[in-house]
Every structure is written in structure tokens, then in C-alpha cells.
Design a protein around this ligand. Structure first.
Ligand SMILES: Cc1cc2nc3c(=O)[nH]c(=O)nc-3n(C[C@H](O)[C@H](O)[C@H](O)COP(=O)(O)OP(=O)(O)OC[C@H]3O[C@@H](n4cnc5c(N)ncnc54)[C@H](O)[C@@H]3O)c2cc1C
Length: 605
């Protein structure tokens, strides 16, 4: 059974050291072994352990978020990237996306990505989930998930947003949302988008959908991050005698009993490092993988579940040939930064001055207020590339052929997200003394999809991530429209007193190249060249262990059970049947909430 104290890190406390005579009846055991204490894993461990009659072990590779204070400061997440709490994956070289590798950050810490992400809360489009159902994920339509969005959320209304209807939100859930303060440039950008023809809406998170321009809801509580771990694994929950949370422990593989007609997951093997002793722990009922879009398929593969050709090549014994494992990797891709010059006094660029930055940090520490409580991306326009009322066309290029790709008529396929400061790109430091806003067009429904594979049987060897960016030229063409739209935002009449694009500067090395260039003179090919050099993933990969109607189309069935394997489920962003048209953290939490109910129901059956 579980330990009575909060976290354990010594495997002797919850698992059994592997000996030469391996008798699984002697392993320490729990009813449910949840692998990965990230966004979904935190929700699941909390909900499953509500029943005092079941024991739950949650195993997380990273440590507690409490060890890293930057995780608590909303605006500090970019500083966390590439730190010890980021898995810091890299894709393989992307020949059509700048012929380079791309960063794929993932949280290696309790709370997972919800402990390091940009804190945007968004349901996404109602039609996204209805499309899931059409793809075979019976029971995963918006009507099925909406109650779980409501169940998970605790929304605190803001006097600055009187148009938001509280009853569209959850008010009693564990996960706190509210509207953060915004810098002045944010409202300038909203006005500019409205002038260009985008409908202003009060709230992205209602059953009416998210088409339009608005302010993002923030996943914060009194100026601090509210990760899934903070919200769901509270001190009270951690005191439950039937819940054990094991940290700094890596799950190496799932263990199977292969004596029956189908392999049966009976537990997992864990260790502290590749060289350290191995331990085993038994799952009386189920092993539930919550490792996320990259690690869940990786763990399946190194455990022998996946496409036979991938397993054989990596020297892994095949337990179950399951062709879809690691396929259908869909990530949102962004053009890279489109920086628009602005007058000083509107943006957060003042934080580039070390003195101002220290002042802002002090303000956060002492009062829990100030710019560090704000969202790095406070708003966006969600639009469609086939909307003929929007100013995508240009005198300099004939319109490129384009397919709109979305889940339905009320669903966007292009997001123009913005950052209220000048961002030169990942890892590029912006010098003090320049001011502006950065627009980031994002393809919401990429046609290109890629794979996660492995090249060795060790979970300690990083998986091979190939998003296959721009395999479909349509994704590139969507971004060309997004870039031109962003350039026109910088030239909107309503923003004339704030934005100052230089008349057609052509210094291609300048931060402001794209914001300065004239949208009616720059060609599509020049924009594409810029995109190839600057594009970056938006860190929303999904679908590598997706729900499907059969093993030909998916990895798990609609009750999240791995096809052809007993006692094994997957619950995280990897089970999304398809990419969704927005930011995925809230849908991941809703999926995990529903999964907990499914698992409880199935236990009774
Ligand atoms: C920088 C960044 C910014 C983002 N911004 C936003 C945003 O603003 N809004 C939004 O909606 N979404 C955002 N996202 C995406 C969103 O946070 C994720 O899609 C979502 O949180 C993923 O949840 P998950 O449960 O699938 O995986 P995760 O939260 O990644 O959880 C997986 C967990 O499994 C653990 N794990 C992995 N392998 C093992 C192993 N072998 N043994 C034990 N444990 C293991 C990991 O350490 C991790 O804790 C962002 C993501 C990033 C990286």
C-alpha cells in the first residue's frame, strides 16, 4: 500500500529489487501504477485515489516542482527551457524546415509540461472533438468532454472582462483560471485585428467556439502558476494513505505475462539511472501510461509494443505487433517571429534591462504582482485561411493554391498569437533599447505528420522524433497567409500611434525584417525563405498513441485500452485522435478527468 508521507524517491520504498530468481508474487504491488506524473498523470493519480479501497502508485522521472521556484512565476517559463527540468528533445534534421533540428521541450518534473508551459487555458473548438468521434473515438465528442472541462476548472471572474459568462466555466474544480493583467500593446493588437476584420469575442472558452480575437484565460492563482500537480496533488491529496508518489524514478519498461492468449501488463521496471539497479513493481489491476506524446509511445516501443519492423531494427523482442504506435505525430508549427516596431512604453521590452527585470522579480516575490504574473502570450486571433474577408492577398504575389484544413465550418486553421515584446527566436537574446510586439502565426491543423521511433531497447536513449514538417506544402502556404496578415496588423490605422514599421527596410538580418517589409512588395517566395529559416514547433505534439476504432487506425480503443494487450491503458496528449485547433493543456486535463471515470466504471463492471 501507499506511504503516508508526501513523496518517495528511494525505490526500496515502493518497488522490489530485481534478483536472479524473479518471482512476481514477491514484488511490491499497487492496484494502479500510473507512469508519468505530468499533466494527465497528476489528474489521474488524484482522481483514482479518491477511492480509499484502491492503491495508486504514481511514478515520475523528474523531481518536485517545489525544487524550482521559476516554475511558479508565470512569465519565467522561457528561462526553464533547456534546464534540468526540461527533457530537451531535438527532432531529427528537418529538410523542408530550414534543414536543421528543432527543439521539443517537455517538462521533466512533477506536473510535466503543465509545470513549464505558457499557461494559456483554452478549450479549443467544439468541432475538434466532434471530429474525434467521427474518426472512431466514440464517446469523445464535445458533449462528452464539456462536463470535464467544467469539472476541472475553478474560474475566478475578472472585473476587466465583464463579458465573460461565469456559467460557461467551472467554478468548483481544482484547476484555477483567471484573466491576468495585460500590457497596453495587447489591446492595441486586439483593436488592429478587429480593424482587419476579425470578430472581437469575450471568451475563447464557450460552447460557441473560439473564432475571433480575444484575451487568453490564464492558468494562474494569485499571480502564480497552477500546474496540474499543484491543483490535483494538493497536500491533502498527498496525505492519502492509498496514494504513493515516487519522484526521480524512470520507468524503463512495462512487464508482461505472456502465458495467456494476449499479453497482460503485470507491472513496470524502474531505475534511478541507466547504470543503477533495477526494481520491479506489480500492478494488481492496470498499468496506465501518462508519459506524454513522446514518452508514452517510446515506453510502449521499448516494452515490445509497436510496429514489428521498428522493434526488430532496434533489437526489441516483439510482445505485440501494433502498427500505429509512434505514428501520427502532429505538431503545430509557427512561422517564427514577426516583430513589429513600436514606441517605448507599451510593451514588456523594458524587462530586457537587468535593473527592471530584478525590480519585476522583487515585485513578484514580495507582493505576488507585476509583469511577472502576466502571460507571455496574452492573446491571439483564431481565423481561417479561406475567409475571403481577411486581407491575405497581396499586390506582390498571385494567391497560392490553398486547402482549408479544419474540423468544421466554425473551426479556425490559423492562429495569430502574439507576445507583447520583441522576441528574436529561441535562444536569441534581444538587446535592450528596442520595443515592439512579436506575432507568431501557427498552422492549427497541419497536414504533415511524423513519427516517434526508437533505435535501442533502452528508455535512456532518446527517441527519434521526426515531425516531418512541411511534408505538405499546404502547411507552408497557410503560414504565408499568416505572415502577411501579421504584417498588416503592424500597419493598421488604429495602431498608427503605437507601431512604427519602417517603410520597406530590407535588412534581412534585422529582428524587424518581416514587420518592416511591405506586405504588398514582399513575395511569397521571400516569406517562405524567412519561414524556413525561422520556423519553430509550437510544442503541442499529439496523437502518437491515438484512440481509434481498430488497431489499423489507433493504438488504444475508445476506453483507452491498448489494443490486444490486457491491463494497459494510455492517458495523455498521445491519445488525441487528431490535432486540435488550439492550446492542448485544458483538453489533456479534460481527457484525464474522463479517463478516471472510465477506469472507475470498468473496475465495477
Ligand atoms: C514550453 C511549452 C509551452 C506550452 N504552452 C502551453 C500553453 O500555454 N497552453 C497549453 O494549453 N499548452 C501548452 N503547452 C502544451 C501542453 O502543456 C502539453 O500538451 C500538455 O501539458 C501535455 O500533457 P501530457 O500529460 O500529455 O504530458 P506531460 O505533461 O509532458 O507529462 C508527461 C510526464 O511523464 C514523465 N515521464 C516521461 N517519461 C517517463 C518515464 N520513462 N518514467 C517516468 N516518468 C516519465 C515526464 O517527466 C512528464 O512529467 C506547452 C508545452 C510546452 C513544452
Amino acid at each position: 500500500m501507499g506511504s503516508s508521507h508526501s513523496y518517495v524517491t528511494d525505490p526500496d520504498a515502493f518497488a522490489t529489487k530485481v534478483k536472479e530468481t524473479d518471482d512476481k508474487s514477491s514484488w511490491k504491488s499497487y492496484d494502479y501504477v500510473v507512469v508519468g506524473g505530468g499533466t494527465a498523470g497528476s489528474v489521474l493519480a488524484s482522481r483514482l485515489s479518491e477511492d480509499p479501497n484502491v492503491s495508486v502508485l504514481l511514478i515520475e522521472a523528474g523531481n518536485s516542482y517545489e525544487k524550482d521556484f521559476l516554475t511558479q512565476i508565470p512569465l519565467a517559463w522561457p528561462q526553464i527551457l533547456k534546464s534540468s527540468i526540461d527533457w530537451d528533445y531535438q527532432t531529427v534534421n528537418q529538410p523542408r524546415a530550414g534543414d536543421r533540428q528543432h527543439s521539443v521541450p517537455r517538462g521533466k518534473v512533477l506536473g510535466g509540461c503543465s509545470s513549464i508551459n505558457a499557461l494559456i487555458y483554452q478549450h479549443c473548438s467544439t468541432e475538434d472533438f466532434d471530429e474525434w468521434e467521427r474518426l472512431g473515438a466514440t464517446g469523445w465528442g464535445y458533449k462528452d468532454l464539456y462536463p470535464y472541462f467544467i469539472k476541472s476548472e475553478k474560474y475566478t471572474p475578472s472585473p476587466d472582462h465583464p463579458g465573460v459568462v461565469s456559467s460557461d466555466h467551472g467554478l468548483d474544480g481544482p484547476w484555477k483560471t483567471t484573466f491576468a493583467d495585460v500590457p497596453r500593446i495587447h489591446n492595441v493588437l486586439i483593436d488592429a485585428c478587429e480593424e482587419l476584420g476579425v470578430k472581437r469575442i469575450d471568451d475563447f472558452n464557450t460552447p460557441k467556439g473560439q473564432m475571433g480575437v480575444s484575451t487568453f484565460l490564464s492558468i494562474t492563482d494569485h499571480g502564480k502558476r497552477d500546474s496540474a500537480a499543484i491543483a490535483y496533488l494538493t497536500p491533502t491529496v498527498l496525505k492519502r494513505p492509498n496514494l504513493t508518489v515516487a519522484l526521480s524514478t524512470v520507468v524503463e519498461r512495462v512487464l508482461f505475462d505472456e502465458s495467456g492468449s494476449e499479453p497482460h501488463a503485470v507491472g513496470v521496471e524502474v531505475s534511478k539511472s541507466a547504470e543503477a539497479p533495477k526494481y520491479r513493481v506489480r500492478a494488481n489491476r492496470e498499468v496506465i501510461l501518462c508519459g506524454g506524446t513522446i514518452a508514452s509511445p517510446q515506453i510502449l516501443l521499448v516494452s515490445g509494443i509497436g510496429p514489428e519492423e521498428v522493434l526488430s531494427k532496434a533489437g526489441i523482442k516483439v510482445v505485440k505487433d501494433l502498427p500505429q504506435v509512434g505514428k501520427n505525430y502532429y505538431d503545430h508549427i509557427s512561422s517564427g517571429p514577426i516583430c513589429i516596431r513600436a514606441k517605448p512604453g507599451y510593451s514588456l521590452d523594458f524587462l530586457n534591462s537587468p535593473i527592471q527585470a530584478i525590480g519585476a522579480m522583487l515585485q513578484w516575490f514580495v507582493f505576488g504582482k507585476g509583469p511577472m504574473t502576466e502571460l507571455a502570450a496574452p492573446g491571439a486571433a483564431f481565423i481561417r485561411v479561406d475567409d475571403e474577408t481577411l486581407p491575405y492577398s497581396s499586390n506582390s504575389s498571385s494567391d497560392v493554391p490553398l486547402r482549408a484544413n479544419n474540423a468544421g465550418p466554425n473551426t479556425p486553421d490559423l492562429e495569430i498569437v502574439w507576445f507583447p515584446l520583441v522576441i528574436g527566436g529561441f535562444g536569441i537574446k534581444t538587446p535592450p533599447g528596442i520595443y515592439g510586439a512579436t506575432m507568431g502565426p501557427v498552422v492549427l491543423k497541419p497536414e504533415s505528420s511524423g513519427t516517434i521511433t526508437v533505435e535501442s531497447p533502452s528508455v535512456y536513449d532518446k527517441p527519434v522524433i521526426d515531425p516531418n514538417f512541411f511534408a505538405s506544402e499546404n502547411d507552408m502556404n497557410v503560414l504565408v497567409r499568416g505572415v502577411r496578415f501579421s504584417m498588416r496588423v503592424g500597419r493598421a490605422n488604429s495602431a498608427k500611434n503605437v507601431f512604427e514599421p519602417k517603410a520597406d527596410s530590407i535588412d534581412t538580418k534585422d529582428f524587424f525584417y518581416m514587420g518592416d517589409a511591405d506586405p504588398d512588395r514582399i513575395t511569397d517566395e521571400e516569406i517562405k525563405e524567412y519561414i524556413r529559416g525561422h520556423c519553430s514547433a509550437a510544442f503541442h505534439p499529439t496523437s502518437t498513441a491515438r484512440i481509434g476504432a481498430s488497431p489499423e487506425t489507433g493504438v488504444v480503443d475508445p476506453r483507452l485500452r491498448v489494443f490486444g494487450v490486457k491491463g494497459l491503458r494510455v492517458v495523455d496528449a498521445s491519445v488525441f485522435p487528431n490535432q486540435i485547433s488550439g492550446h492542448p493543456a485544458a483538453p489533456v486535463v479534460a481527457v484525464a478527468e474522463r479517463a478516471a471515470d472510465i477506469i472507475k466504471e470498468d473496475a465495477k463492471a
